[in-house]
Design a protein around this ligand. Sequence first.
Ligand SMILES: Nc1ncnc2c1ncn2[C@@H]1O[C@H](COP(=O)(O)OP(=O)(O)O)[C@@H](O)[C@H]1O
Ligand SMILES: [Mg+2]
Length: 509
Amino acid sequence: MEENKNLAVFMKGITKKFGDFTANKNIDLDIKRGEIHSLLGENGAGKSTLMNMLYGMYPPTSGEIYINGEKKEFKDPNDAIKAGLGMVHQHFMLIEPFTIVENIILGMEPVNGVKVDIKKAREEVIELANRYGFKIDPDAKIEDISVGTQQKVEILKVLYRGADILIFDEPTAVLTPQEIDELIEIITNLSKEGKSVIIITHKLKEIKKMADRCTIIRRGQKIDTVNVKDVSESELADMMVGRTVHLEVNKKPQAVGKTILNIENLVVKDIRDISKLNDFNLDVKAGEIHGIAGVDGNGQSELIEALTGLKHIDSGKITFKDKDITNKTPREIIDSGLNSIPEDRQVRGLVLDFTVAENMILKSYNKEQFSHNGILKSKEIRSHSSKLVDDYDVRPRNIDYYAGSLSGGNQQKVILAREISADPDLLIAAQPTRGLDVGAIEYIRNFLIEQRDKGKAVLLISFELDEIMALSDRISVIFDGKILKTFDANDTDEREIGLYMAGGNDEEK
Ligand SMILES: Nc1ncnc2c1ncn2[C@@H]1O[C@H](COP(=O)(O)OP(=O)(O)O)[C@@H](O)[C@H]1O
Ligand SMILES: [Mg+2]
């Protein structure tokens, strides 16, 4: 096996079966020392499975794994860690009441019976953080720090254990644009230090920004490994999905109609009496997609909650179709023709242990169409759900599946089907494509445009500026609980919007 001496990782002919299902089929993957290698594939393609085997979580059904040219058979992740591997999972495994340092040293075996020296560990953690440019307070508690910082703690934990080969499973799905930039810088620094990095991501732009090579996996099989600088984003997308994907949105010009939603001087406070929305003004017109651009935490969640009746409005007025809906109940608001795709599809969007059919009528089971005198009309519900599953391409096409067993993209399609089929005059779409792969993103974006083309209003709230730019007819920038400025999408660009997202320039404020 001389040929793979220079490789950090060589996975050879890896196959993994779960029962009858083949999640990985004869995959070869090689990772050079010091490279940033991305794994690209749609949801369910088999990326995490491949990495879990590399990290010793379970053995391959067949195939071999070499680390630095040496054949390995990991019994568990501890074996993998000893061989220099480290994995940063998508869901962090940190203990909330503990400090950063405590979390990092947690689980380290005392060496030679000697207890871990916390003081020394703390210094080492600080040194490590400085070396890679992490801005952290080692004594802060996990419960008090942002998601982005928690991820840094996970990375430090892996580095503290001496990892040379780091695996990141979709690390940017939970981050804001700024945090993503910081992570990209951290990863680039790691590779400059000679570490090898494997990063699973759907985001083509991120691959182009940081990766040296990219391996594309589709339905459990390796499609190709390419040099990132030799391929375009759209070529990567096509390889991943197996057909031509349209990354640009095709949007016809459209005459906008009258104002559907009008928000005047809205004030929403949190429990500590701090204003989260402060003198907030906005109007949304029929036939437009109105994008709200902004960094996470500037009042977006409060805006969505106020509009959907989930949060008390302290003052100001919301007018929807000429009616005052200020402080109405969620039910009254839905019934008046306002539907929403919630920010967190697993918490507010779906009941995960309900079936797809049950989720489809979550908001309309009380309608005459689906129930009579409190008794559900099972046949109507089933035929309605089956049609939606077909129309919105929910896979698998089975309305008896539990929502929790679907992939993220398909969960989102269920929500979209439910919300759009209600034929709302205003659809609020909050982070509609967060964490989804390009195939599903294309699908969901097209549905939003279809709503607009039908003359309906869409309020799009997204942290992804690309998404706002691609879809919106008008763009309003939210900052510190206020709309700083509203732009016609044709008269602005990412740079200008980005400037306002950071607070705008002082003269205009
Ligand atoms: N422990 C498991 N048992 C059964 N099926 C699994 C298991 N882990 C993954 N799978 C299946 O293998 C396929 C690939 O999953 P995964 O590797 O998580 O995909 P990806 O990370 O590319 O989204 C999926 O269809 C998934 O349902
Ligand atoms: Mg995965």
